[in-house]
Design a protein. Structure first.
Lengths: 112, 104
């Protein structure tokens, strides 16, 4: 059974640019959550999608957005990048809520 | 607002030296307490889910327990390969983790 895949694995951008990250969940999983991980803040919840609907959202500015497609694949977008957006962005899939999440390897974003 | 607090931040053990990691939580309604293991450069890997006080789960040298206010991850006779960061979560809120280092 294939795991959660994330692309790209590494990304370098400059301030002011925008970026799109992609996540393919485990087959059959309809819930996809996104997290930002930094050494100082740990794992911070961005948002969760279930059956193409955003079901929950963390405390991040509107520059962070996401969407989910009918095949459960998900993308997140960050516009007007800031230096503080440098982080590991993790995607996790699950069958539904209240159950374990399976994480991808993450996308390492560096903003210069 | 849900809160999850883990202690200690870091723990150094000798191989074979058993210990426990703590996770205290404050939530409006518990729908599962989750433990994950994260190795450097990788995404977290699911270990256990606990749903009600008194519940216990075991896997190899790890045992997770749950009370109404906290959860413990007990590590019995750890080996160097158990070195990792252990994360506790009440979705979608994660604790800051305990970085475990087991020396041979």
């Amino acid at each position: 059974k294939a795991g959660v895949t994330q692309t790209p694995r590494y990304l370098i951008k400059t301030r002011g640019q925008q970026v799109t990250l992609s996540c393919s969940p485990i087959s059959g999983h309809r819930s996809v959550s996104w997290y930002q991980q930094t050494p100082g803040q740990g794992l911070q919840f961005l948002f969760e999608y279930f059956s193409e609907t955003q079901r929950n959202k963390g405390n991040f500015p509107g520059r962070f957005s996401g969407r989910q497609f009918s095949n459960s694949r998900s993308e997140m977008n960050v516009s007007t990048l800031e230096l503080g957006d440098s982080a590991l962005y993790l995607c996790a899939s699950s069958r539904t809520d209240s159950v374990e999440q399976f994480f991808g390897p993450g996308t390492r974003l560096t903003v210069l | 607002e849900d809160q999850v607090t883990q202690s200690p931040e870091a723990l150094r053990l000798q191989e074979g030296e058993s210990s426990s990691l703590n996770c205290s939580y404050t939530v409006s309604g518990l729908r599962g307490l989750f433990w994950y293991r994260q190795d450097p450069g990788k995404g977290p890997e699911f270990l256990f889910t606990l749903y009600s006080a008194g519940e216990e789960k075991e896997k190899e040298r790890l045992k997770a327990t749950l009370t109404k206010k906290e959860s413990f991850l007990h590590i019995t006779a750890p080996k160097p390969e158990d070195s990792a960061t252990y994360l506790c979560a009440v979705h979608p809120t994660f604790g800051s983790g305990t970085k475990l280092n087991v020396k041979p």
